[in-house]
Each structure stands twice: as structure tokens, then as C-alpha cells.
Design a protein around this ligand. Structure first.
Ligand code: SF4
Length: 134
């Protein structure tokens, strides 16, 4: 049975060191949401990814995501796919040490419905990923 991890919105993953890679489409959406040009968004909110292939979101000086405001994501409606996919479609090996998402065994149909809603991906994508895993 697949396991769905229900996010508790504790924001620990937004404080975890790492990098959030951005696609061109995500940069365009984020810039529009912030009401700035893509050029200004890139200057203000991104850095070169560690492998120098593409851009990633800047961190705050304390290592938190640049868009974490208190307990909230300031770009929640347009947050990058990498953020949306965690913790169901990718996880750190020891993620349970900090992630408070509640694991729940569910049927395949419900898993596809829940992960589709959580990630914004299509049911077809989730079904394909599920098939790859089994
Ligand atoms: S995915 Fe996990 S660490 Fe991130 S906000 Fe949800 S419960 Fe917290």
C-alpha cells in the first residue's frame, strides 16, 4: 500500500539547508506574483546553483528560505515544484528527524488523488511514478 505523508505545515523544510532550483517558468511565475520583472527577481531572489547549471532561490543569512515569513511561505500559491513535491515525491534519507508530516497508508487511488492535490502534478504523472516504484 502506498504511504501518503500529510504535511503539518511546520515549515522545518523551509529552514533546512539546501537549495531550491528554479526553472524558467517558475521564475516567470514567481516574478509575476511578486510584481517585479524577471530580471529584477533574478537579481533580488536568486543565486547560481551549486553545480553552476541554472538558478536557485537565495537563503536568508540564517539559512532559511528567502520567502519564509514567520511561519508562512510568502509565495505559497506559486511556490516551486521542488517545494511542492516534498515530502511525498522526494525526501532526505533522514527526513523523519525534522519533518512532522504524518505517514498514512492509503489505497492507490487515494494516493494519486492526495499527491495530485499536494503537488499540483497531473494524476497521470503520479500514477506513472507509483508504477515505477512498484
Ligand atoms: S513537509 Fe514536513 S517539514 Fe515541511 S512543512 Fe510539511 S511537515 Fe513540516
Amino acid at each position: 500500500m502506498p504511504i501518503f505523508h500529510e504535511c503539518q505545515r511546520c515549515t522545518a523544510c523551509c529552514r533546512w539547508p539546501g537549495q531550491v532550483r528554479l526553472t524558467d517558468a517558475e521564475i516567470a511565475r514567481l516574478a509575476a506574483f511578486r510584481g517585479v520583472s524577471e530580471h529584477d527577481f533574478i537579481q533580488q531572489f536568486t543565486r547560481l546553483a551549486s553545480d553552476r547549471r541554472g538558478l536557485a532561490l537565495l537563503d536568508q543569512p540564517n539559512g532559511e528560505c528567502i520567502f519564509l515569513e514567520g511561519e508562512n511561505c510568502a509565495v505559497q500559491p506559486v511556490k516551486p515544484q521542488q517545494c511542492r513535491d516534498f515530502p511525498n515525491l522526494w525526501r532526505y534519507p533522514d527526513a523523519e528527524k525534522f519533518c512532522r508530516a504524518v505517514p498514512r497508508e492509503v489505497g492507490e487511488e487515494e494516493y494519486v488523488r492526495l499527491v495530485t492535490a499536494a503537488t499540483g502534478r497531473t494524476p497521470e504523472e503520479i500514477t506513472a511514478l507509483l508504477t515505477q516504484k512498484s
